[in-house]
Write a protein that binds this ligand. Sequence first.
Ligand SMILES: [Zn+2]
Length: 135
Amino acid sequence: MSLEKATLGAKRLADSPDGYKASNQTVVEKMLILSSLAAQLQDARTHQLQLLKQLTELEEAAIRDQEFERKRALYRRHTLANGFTVLRLAKPQENPELFLSVCPHCAESRHEFHPLHPFGSGLACSACDATFVTA
Ligand SMILES: [Zn+2]
C-alpha cells in the first residue's frame, strides 16, 4: 500500500460518523500504523536508491582508476636534456594509439594523459600550460 492510500484511508476512518467511532478506533490505529510503516518503507527505498547511486559511482571510479593504472604502467619517467621530466611511452611500437610523451603533472594530479607539443625550445602541455625546456 502506498503512503498516500494509507493516509487517505486513515483520514476517512477518523472522519467517519460517531456510530462507527468505537468499532473503528482500532482500525484507525492500524491505518495510522500502516501509514507510518509506508512512510518508513518509502524512506528506506529512498536511502537504498542513494546507496545504489553511491555504489555505481564508486564502481565507475574504480574502473577509471584501473584504466589509468593500466595505461600509466606503459609510461616511464624520461628526463630531458635540461633536467625536466616527462612521461614517455616505454614501447611506442607496441602502443601506436597512445601519445609518445605526456604531461607528468596532468597524469599524476588529474589522472589524465595529455600530449606534449613543441613550444619554443621545449615541450608544453595544452591542458595545464606546463612547459618543459629541452635545451
Ligand atoms: Zn599538463
